[in-house]
Write a protein that binds this ligand. Structure first.
Ligand code: FAD
Length: 473
């Protein structure tokens, strides 16, 4: 009986919320081409409905928090430490031949920085990513033999040829009990970045298992991009090339629900992965709608290009009627992404505060940001995911890492330079956030590249939430 009551209450709630949304959305907007869409509120009613599923937070609390920190975040991102990001434009697409999908529009191009325009402290930054012995193991009394062994390893490269000759001689002419033990020539791996042997095949980056890091894969191929001068905006990149990338992500790489099923059919870990990706997609879409090319430039008439918000484009991409009722859920996924990155910034607080930003204003703003992130009460809780040690060692966690890594490789297939820069930056930022959430804090080390990507990626989704308010008005 109580089941029946619950069902009636549930149906009533669905009817009430649905009816409320519908009623609000009866007036239609007519566009120049004659098409019409529901009132913009239809995109927002589900967002305003409040509680985010599987989490203790509401969209309203997140927006309120975001309003308080957004300006600070923007200032931080204007600092030299954060505004230069390295990209290797020459990495090959490993999924398909991508030569057919290059975007020819000038809006797809970016200006790379001439070498001497990048501040020295950015160019010559050295990442201290290796764990110091004193940090990783408790101090211990060294025996004389250990001291000699240590020194032996230190000087090994210089005396290596002599050592090799000695070894050859000893192993050929001396009896076994007088032969020296073979030295270990390899540096030990930093403890936090052990190779996960459950990942299959392909070479695994030692520093970040969730995504590739361009500057660590090639020393010559990377360009610096000034992110402030090359903003994320509408580029016109679309059609087969862009569609193939999103298609590969949703078809293969993000646990997206299959035809005929829904997000609620996924397990929590899969749902989280899917929501993060969908949130990223929405955030990219919001940006291209808010920095849209409203009017082409006309040099003959002396008319510059006009850029600005395009509300119609926004509605076209998120209206429930045109998206099989999914648009509002896609927008809601940006709030999940926000929570994941915010939690990572809070958790990596001590690492972020230990960076040398070479600018006291930036250092103190980062400090305020970290403090705010730490104090936020309704954090995404990574402990709900992969709850047991078994799950952490299991196939799903490996798949989680591997799929995200594949998505980061997929960014090499983009036929639009500007989209590639911002795509790589945001995917690296999310990959770094995931690394932070699943690495014990005491073992966490971040490179400058990861810090820049993380904070900028958070800046992107923070701006998207601010833009949502503008599209609502
Ligand atoms: P798309 O946005 O291509 O979406 C394809 C399909 O995915 C939709 O039909 C829908 O079924 C589904 N979908 C849409 N949104 C979501 C969501 N949030 N969650 C789940 N499913 C969804 N263009 C620019 O102008 N500027 C950029 O900076 C830019 N950056 C890009 C970065 C990346 C990584 C990629 C892959 C593309 C980028 N693009 C950019 C292109 C842009 O994302 C669109 O692909 C393009 O505008 C064409 O849009 P569309 O209407 O065909 O739908």
């Amino acid at each position: 009986m109580s089941r029946v009551k619950e069902l009636i209450l549930l149906l009533f709630a669905i009817y009430f919320v649905g009816g409320f949304c519908d009623e609000k959305n009866q007036s239609e907007i007519k566009f120049e081409d004659g098409s019409s869409f529901l009132n913009k509120d239809s995109c927002f009613c589900q967002i305003d409905a409040g509680q985010l599923e599987d989490c203790s937070c509401t969209t309203e609390k997140i927006s309120h928090f975001n309003n308080q920190i957004h300006d600070k975040l923007v200032k931080v991102l204007h600092g030299d430490y954060f505004r230069y990001f390295q990209v290797n434009f020459h990495k090959e697409c490993k999924f398909w031949d991508d030569r057919d999908g290059q975007c020819g529009s000038r809006n797809c191009a970016v200006d790379t920085c001439p070498h001497d325009s990048v501040p020295d402290h950015v160019k010559h930054h050295k990442d201290d990513i290796h764990k110091k012995d004193s940090e990783s193991t408790p101090a211990k009394d060294h025996t004389i033999m250990e001291f000699i062994q240590e020194k032996y390893h230190e000087f090994l490269p210089m005396v290596e040829p002599l050592v090799v000759m000695w070894h050859d001689f000893a192993s050929s002419y001396l009896p076994p009990y007088l032969q020296p033990a073979a030295p270990c020539l390899e540096d030990p791996l930093p403890q936090y970045s052990k190779v996960d042997t459950s990942l299959s095949g392909a070479p695994v980056d030692l520093i970040n298992q969730f995504c590739t890091l361009d500057p660590f894969e090639s020393t010559e191929g990377c360009n610096y991009i000034d992110l402030i001068k090359n903003e994320e905006k509408y580029t016109g990149y679309q059609g087969k090339s862009a569609g193939r990338i999103w298609g590969k992500i949703y078809g293969d790489l993000c646990f997206a629900p299959k035809e005929g099923s829904s997000v609620s059919d996924l397990c929590l870990e899969e749902k989280t992965f899917y929501r993060i990706i969908s949130g990223l997609h929405s955030s990219i879409t919001v940006h291209l709608c808010s920095k849209y090319l409203l009017q082409q430039e006309n040099p003959l008439m002396g008319r510059p290009a006009v850029w600005g918000r395009n509300k119609q484009e926004f509605l076209k991409r998120f209206d429930p009627k045109l998206t099989g009722n999914k648009g509002p859920e896609w927008l809601k996924n940006m709030f999940y992404l926000y929570l994941v990155e915010l939690r990572a910034i809070g958790k990596a607080g001590s690492v972020l505060l230990s960076q040398d930003y070479k600018d006291s204003d930036i250092s103190s703003q980062v400090q305020e940001l970290v403090q705010a992130a730490t104090q936020f009460k309704y954090h995404f809780d990574e402990n709900d995911l992969f709850k047991s040690d078994e799950l952490k060692k299991g196939e799903l966690f490996s798949e989680f890492k591997q799929k995200f890594r594949e998505i980061s490789h997929l960014m090499d297939c983009m036929g639009c330079e500007r989209c590639k820069v911002w795509g790589k930056l945001q995917v690296t930022g999310i990959g770094t956030a995931l690394k932070i959430l699943f690495t014990p804090t005491e073992d966490l080390r971040l490179t400058r590249h990861e810090v820049v990507a993380l904070v900028n990626a958070f800046g992107r989704v923070s701006t998207s939430l601010m833009e949502l308010e503008e599209f609502r008005d």
